[in-house]
Design a protein. Sequence first.
Length: 181
Amino acid sequence: MNMASLPTLETKRLRVRPYSEADIPELLPLIGTWEVAATTLRIAHPYTEQDARAFLELAKEAGKMWLAITLLSDGRQIGGIGMRIEEQHRHAELGYWLGVDYWGQGYATEAGREMIRYGFEQLDLHRIFATHFAHNPASGNILRKLGMRHEGCQREHLLKWGQFVDSEIYGLLRHEWEARE
């Protein structure tokens, strides 16, 4: 999947669309906060323009689908969501982040539902999974709202800022999603 084939998806309140270089000025203050970086594995802190440009290049790689979450009402960027797709296994890892001002308003759940729908309906995935740091239970709440099952804890699995942290893993199978729809 390349940038030209990335979808634009819409929900009741959101437009989820491909990133462009024009997004960088709006992206930096959103993604660059300590609170966002502390809850994610791959977001640096401080987050620089160079990091953003490297991310846009990375997003062009096969098997990656990273999209900006924007408000449908005014186009303002509020976060990002994506999947790392392994076509051979017909599964994908879902990941997301929101700017701190947008936490707790249901945006991650809304964007996540649409990404899961797209993954199962358009990409013909069999399984979608996600992980979160154990010290970020709010993300676990989102994953449960998306219908994912807690599958376990990978103890001290990841190294974040010099500390080993537990990683909670959740998954959703296509037939489980279809039964909910």
